[in-house]
Design a protein. Sequence first.
Length: 344
Amino acid sequence: MKIGISSPYLDSLAGGERYMLTIASCLSKKHRVDVFWPNMDIIERAKKRFNLDLDGVSVNASMQIGKISRIKHTFKYDVIIYLSDGSVPISLAKHNILHFQVPFTSVNGRSLSNQLKLKRFNHFVCNSEFTKKYIDQEFAVNSSVIYPPVNTTEFKAGKKQNTILTVGRFHPLKKQDVLIDTFISIQEKLGDWQFVIAGGLLEQDKSYYQALVAKCVGNNIKLLPNISHEDLTRLYEETKIYWHGTGYGEKNPENMEHFGITTVEAMASGCIPVAFKGGGQKEIINDKIGGYLWDTTDELVKYTQELAGSTELWEKLSKQSKQDAVKYSEAEFCKNWQELIERL
């Protein structure tokens, strides 16, 4: 089959884009797959960023899905898989799949125009049960869930150091400022432990980043913007505890962690996740068995100190955490998407 992949955010090369490009990689083994994007270098950039096999994937630079002038070209495809930005595209492809990674609300999903466009879609896929809950309600659909892919075989536990790590774009919603304040409050009790913050840094987020830099002065904290995939993998291998704060203090579901790919990557590396109890994290972490979920920063401090103070507890939870990560493997992801395509 001839399959198209459409994402409005492809050049950001973040977690959502990894999801879509992994679909492209999986399906290209049996089908012709095109990625819709105006710049031909997107494949090479994605290979470098995500370490994906995209040799069988082409770029269709003439397709700009969502623009009326291009809609007529969609009929050339047997299947088009769209990542929604909250809107519903118009497509003339034989089969259409709409994928949601954000729990959109108040986007007029049940309007007459959207409901008419939705009739052209065969399947709706979400990245978590958390996202599904809101999407089904907003758009009056019954979506399925295919969790994001993590190359769990790539990540492994190395020689662990007394390191706490958090990974995510430097952005206020990732709550790096809250985590820094929390670490500073307990670093004297932790002794030789360090806190490392790694993630993408975009131009529009540099003022927030500079504020973080100022907070870290004189403390055992490292900020690592835009590090390579190889360096990030090494960080996971060396880390004992993984912190995640997205969703803390937020009420809008769109501001929660919709799934938590970095949490799974950390777990696959033998890190113990200690994450805010919200969004998709509750589906990933086996609370108090393979990690911890916290509501308050006091709980974050409590769980961290317990892990830092007990080698026996850390080893027990680390082993379970690694086991829990296996179900989010790329192999399982590819199998689920291939089966979905075969059912069309």
